[in-house]
Design a binder for this molecule. Sequence first.
Ligand code: PRX
Length: 664
Amino acid sequence: MSEPTIEVYEVEDRTFPPSEAFQATALSSDRSLYDEANADYEAFWARQARELITWDKPFTKVLEWDLPYAKWFSDGQLNMSYNCLDRHVEAGRGDKIAYYFEGEPGDTKTFTYAELLDEVKKFANGLLGLGLEKGDRVAIYMPMIIELPIAMLACSRIGVVHSVIYGGFSPEAIRGRCEDADCKAVITADAGYRRGVPSGLKPLVDEALADGAPTVNNVIVYDRCNTDIDMVEGRDIWWHDLVADASLDCPAEPMDAEQLLFLLYTSGTTAKPKGIMHTTGGYLTQACFTHKYVFDIDPENDVYWCGADIGWITGHSYIVYGPLTNGVTSLMYEGTPDTPRMEERVGNDRANWHKGRLWDIVERYGVTQFYTAPTAIRTFMKWGDEEVEGYDLSSIRVLGTVGEPINPEAWMWYHENIGKEARPIVDTWFQTETGGHVLTPLPGVATTKPGSAVGGIPGTFPELVDDAGNVITKGGGYLTLARPWPSMLRGIWRNPELYMSTYWEQYPGRYFCGDGAKLDDDGYLWLLGRVDDVMNVSGHRISTTEVESALVEHPAVAEAAVVGAADDLKGQAIVGYTILVADVEPGDDIRSELSDFVATKLGPIARPRDVYLVDDLPKTRSGKIMRRLLRDIAAGNALGDTSTLADSDVVEAIRVGSAEADEE
Ligand code: PRX
């Protein structure tokens, strides 16, 4: 593990108290939540669970904590899709819009809560008709269209466990996830619109299933782009055929609070992504609570927009389960922040693209909460203030950021250009593992500092510790959670040892997040980035080992080491150092071939920014690659202590070699 001293931003220490204007209209800002939770956090979460969630069978037990396994509300029963849909319809809010959909080509759709419920019932009956049963696992590999939440809700209605796979992942990633969980079906679309053209999904599923994942009996295909695809007889079925005659009678079956709701795979320090397990009652309680309070949700008037992808935890909790449970209207957008202007598209010249696409959407729908990632904010900054000017953003009440540390400059840009210096910004820290927000200011309550995530939400106990596990109240340390929380992971699918060793062994009694953080003199918490071998590229988590394994699979590569390097736009970029086998000609051709190879194997987000060809890698005398040194080289930093190296000349050779490659 490396030292938690990544970068401490030197900025003017400004604070932003909640504006009076916001406080005057805020619905859920309430300082007393902190006092209540500090006095008795179990009672606090039990109250939230009772007030926010509808239970078929009320719980009497709150928390059973047998470290590292927690059960929350375990004798209670509830149905996830009932909480998201039926109860709003029963309360007479069936005509309320659940989702506005904006497709990348400009097509639009709306779904009311009643309409969404009907679609979910029909699709759930379709799944039952295929023989799927409670506890079975199903993979979902779809574009950002409403049918994706419909598929998830249908699964949750009948107790089928979903495993959503990000649409940018490769066939190998699909196969690996289907095999790990023995998925019985894959739900996909022919393609989704990406940068002006249909980008195929079903062909990648076919490739994934061609030589593996034998448990997959069916592939359900939604026709999004009307592309020409192959349908495998007896295995593949169109979504529209599956629901054509499906009944609308599909009762929401009560599930145990600890019923497995979904698996979501995430990269760790091992080569293979791990299946993070989330269950129903505790997860929903925290997703619903945080969504309501962190975004100050007004279910009657808000149009809430989270721009994440549902392939990540942010989309699960803050596009699907949180917003629907709160009965708010959300917006879902299929495309990227800049898109070709379809009407005047000139080739693929990005200069002509519509860089105000998101602001145009905010204006047209009157978006009230806007939630995005720092990489996107830095991209907007690069495009220039003029791309925002002229759009009416006055409907926005709360701004959010998530996924990576936000630099204060980007925070200030967001505050000034999008927030017009009047809207609170919530910097929300959480993880696939935490399920819901853990660190973030509550708008209307907290005074914020640009770049700081401020501190824990009520009912969570983040603490920094030093190497020896002693609690630190000032300065840098490792971020841990000292007590269980309702939406915490319940384990790693079929790998209890890895669960134990990844999260619970470093600091006994504490959950270790893998992040470094610091507490400043005023007690504000700042995230400093990962301290393990995980990179964070545009808010996407990628393991160095995973990219290394991909590189060494290429026949030209003898050995590889991968590190994250600071990147102005993406936060971190992937840099690979490779030793080629003897008979391969070094040069730019092989460098770009290796980058392409990784992108094909793992998906485009894992494409290395640079691949350097080296003669040797810096290793300790025991043969361990010293990533710290490679990180320093990649960052152009002065090199620290190299005395433990087996051969200290290696580092100098790499440094000179990579500088020369950059110049070419
Ligand atoms: O390093 C932290 C970073 O993203 C990691 C979690 O990644 P993932 O499970 O993919 O979930 C991403 C979306 C929540 C964390 O360990 N991270 C997440 N949010 C923040 C952050 N780093 C700094 N500030 C944040 N707000």
